[in-house]
Ligand binder design. Structure first.
Ligand code: PHE
Length: 352
């Protein structure tokens, strides 16, 4: 009997050590402690023993059961820990994959808006042609936006500009500029004050009109204005400047042309058109099949404007032009709707 009990202990220890998973161990437990186990058999056999032998064997049997139970518990802890570790490895999210990307492209923080990029490029092109870059205020008085530009109160041309007025001072005296042309007035006044004529400048900036947003209009948009005031400036200089700019910005093969138009602050005035950047002049939907797209207005500075700022138009002459930066970017990148510029959709913005 005694040797049977020791055999149960040895075999039990071996079986526990051999269990390779917690499931396996459950199986081993049933085999060790179940009704049909050697342990239970030995218990039942106790009854047939002499009293003193029964006591000794019973005690030993109790010890062996306790020892095996403790070993099962230890083995269970060890196996469960290994299994949990394996599960963690298998389920692991490999966040380290993101790190090399971040390290490789530290500039993925973002970039300038497409319209800002276009404005910077335009400035570069004009600086390369000898222009300086100037800026003016977005809130203007009626004088700068209209009157000095040869649009006295009630002038019909004011109707071209759906003006947003600010609630400052007398009604309709302070406004958000409807075009960048008032910056011309600031530059000319300053040049007269400081006696620094001639002027060769471009003036980019935001403009405002009370327009309902649609595919081709935004109530806030960007223009770039150009102004040259010098001796003996001709309409040919204006046409040449526009053509030089067109090839510098869009590349060889792009043409510009002028068509008669009217602006109160230039005389003669023209609209300038350039070869459609999308079809290169062949005709497409964007240019309504004519091969040309209208970009902006231009003309020779009207003597009435020179008079308003105190420049002698017998000595000085000049030309001016202005066009929309947003529309230019739109054309160059074949964007169907101007509103995309304002929607702040990162999927759109990150493409440029
Ligand atoms: N300011 C005009 C506009 O926004 C464009 C223009 C600028 C025309 C300069 C002529 C000369 O409509």
């Amino acid at each position: 009997m005694q040797s049977d009990i020791e055999a149960i202990l040895r075999e039990g220890e071996a079986a526990i050590a051999a269990a390779s998973s917690t499931d396996d161990l459950v199986q081993v437990e049933t085999e060790l402690f179940g009704k049909r186990s050697a342990l239970s058999g030995a218990h039942r056999a106790l009854g047939a023993l002499e009293a003193d032998q029964r006591i000794a064997a019973g005690r030993r049997l109790h010890e062996v059961r306790g020892a095996l139970e403790a070993q099962v518990a230890d083995r269970h802890d060890a196996l469960a820990a290994t299994e949990r570790a394996e599960l963690l490895v298998a389920d692991r999210l490999d966040l380290s994959e993101v790190i090399p990307n971040l390290v490789r492209s530290p500039l993925s923080r973002g970039h300038l808006h497409l319209v800002s990029q276009a404005r910077d490029e335009l400035e570069d092109v004009f600086v390369g042609m000898g222009f300086e870059v100037a800026e003016g205020p977005e809130a203007e008085s009626d004088w700068y936006n209209f009157e000095a530009l040869n649009m006295p109160p009630a002038h019909p041309a004011r109707g071209m500009y759906d003006t947003m007025y600010l609630d400052i001072g007398e009604p309709e005296t302070v406004l958000l500029r409807t075009h960048t042309s008032p910056v011309q007035i600031h530059l000319m006044e300053e040049a007269v004050r400081n006696d620094t004529l001639p002027i060769h400048a471009v003036m980019p900036g935001k403009c405002y009109r009370l327009d309902t947003p649609d595919a081709r209009h935004l109530p806030v948009f960007n223009q770039i204005e150009g102004l040259v005031v010098d001796r003996d400036v001709t309409f040919g200089d204006l046409a040449g400047t526009i053509q030089t700019f067109t090839t510098a910005y869009f590349g060889e093969g792009m043409q510009s042309r002028l068509r008669p138009a009217y602006f109160p602050f230039t005389e003669p005035s023209a609209e300038f058109e350039i070869t459609c950047a999308i079809c290169r002049g062949a005709g497409c939907r964007t240019c309504s099949n004519v091969g040309w797209v209208e970009l902006g207005g231009c003309g020779m500075v009207d003597p009435a404007v020179f008079a308003a700022v105190g420049i002698d138009s017998d000595v000085w002459s000049g030309f001016a032009f202005g066009f929309g930066i947003d529309r230019l970017a739109l054309m160059r990148h074949e964007i169907p709707d101007l509103r995309s510029f304002m929607e702040n959709d990162i999927r759109f913005l990150s493409q440029f």
